[in-house]
Ligand binder design. Structure first.
Ligand code: FES
Length: 330
């Protein structure tokens, strides 16, 4: 046996295997139709996005098995964009794999900067490749790609619409008016003071003649927290105490920092806590901020009862609810 090591032989390149579409014109035409179909589906995805954006109200929900109730507007936008981008990419890959030139090229290594002639050759090769991709000959692909690309370019332009209009005065107003009944959420039942035990907390909404007219925008502004303490536990100015009823006090649930729902109540300390950035409000002192980034207390709603003992708003909020970014006096 020879003890000398033998150099590994250059295995060379394997024999080039031609694709079916290189040799069979019918297969090439079939591939062309498949690519065009993918670009067509992409264009339909963009149409779905546009239709969802323009025609589907943003408070319509549809039931999808497994996923549950979904916002139809958001679902249409997401599905439309996903279909448009996925199929335009898939079509391009299929086009490259089946119809674009399939030549193997061997090049020797060279200096980093190519000689001028090579650079010029490269540009010529790119132009030649573009020409040989068949765009000129395959008009079906050209048209469907043009439609898909043109429509997909509309999506970002369409979304510019979300930059306006500027928030109007409706952002500063809620549906709480003088005499509005407080109703349970969910359930829309009027509430009597006696329904609330000392120490309890409830989320309530203003009563609507038809609860179906209550939109997400309304809920985002109107949500109210109702908390019952012993009247002796309050540490309030007389004007604030007059806004309570038998130990029941009502605050906007919308955090005065950035508008999250103030959802946590610590019964022992009487503190309301916003889970987003931990702003903490003292219920006994008219939701004064005792910790966190919120700059002002939660607005308090003036409440009383009607002749039958149902809780109603005595007045609207005296200040806008929610974040402090559009100029607050308090
Ligand atoms: Fe409530 Fe930031 S939104 S603390």
């Amino acid at each position: 046996m020879s003890s000398q090591l033998e150099p590994i032989k250059d295995p060379g390149l394997p024999a080039h295997v031609h694709r079916k579409t290189d040799t069979d014109p019918k297969a090439a035409d079939r591939a062309e139709r498949q690519v065009a179909a993918m670009f067509g589906i992409s264009a339909l995805g963009t149409v779905l996005l546009i239709v969802s954006y323009v025609f589907i109200p943003d408070d319509v929900f549809v039931f999808i098995p497994i996923m549950g109730n979904q916002n139809a507007h958001q679902l249409g936008l997401g599905l439309g964009m996903a279909i448009a981008l996925f199929f335009i990419g898939l079509g391009a890959i299929h086009w490259a794999k089946t119809l674009m030139p399939d030549q193997e090229v061997v090049m020797q290594r060279h200096e980093f900067r190519s000689p001028e002639q090579d650079r010029k050759d490269f540009v010529d090769t790119v132009k030649e490749g573009a020409a040989s991709s068949g765009l000129g000959r395959r008009s079906l692909i050209k048209k469907s790609l043009g439609a898909a690309l043109g429509l997909s370019a509309l999506s970002p332009i369409l979304l510019l619409r979300d930059l306006g209009p500027l928030p109007g005065p409706e952002q500063k107003m809620t549906n709480w008016k003088s005499g509005t009944y407080l109703v349970t959420d969910p359930g829309d039942r009027r509430i009597k003071a006696s329904d609330l035990e000392v120490g309890s907390v409830a989320q309530v909404m203003p009563e609507f003649a038809d609860p179906k007219d209550r939109h997400l925008d309304d809920i985002a502004k109107d949500a109210l927290l109702l908390i019952r303490l012993r009247p002796s536990e309050f540490n309030l100015e007389p004007d604030r105490l007059a806004m309570t009823h038998e130990g029941i006090i009502a605050f906007s649930k919308i955090c005065s920092h950035m508008g999250c729902a103030v959802a946590l109540y610590e019964q022992t300390t009487k503190h309301l806590l916003c889970p987003c950035h931990q702003s903490t409000f003292d219920v006994t002192r008219a939701a004064k901020v005792i910790f966190g980034p919120a700059a002002r207390p939660l607005p308090q709603l003036d409440i009383t009862v009607d002749g039958e003992g149902y809780l109603i708003a005595r007045k609207p909020f005296s200040e806008p609810v929610g974040p402090s970014f559009w100029g607050r006096e308090k």
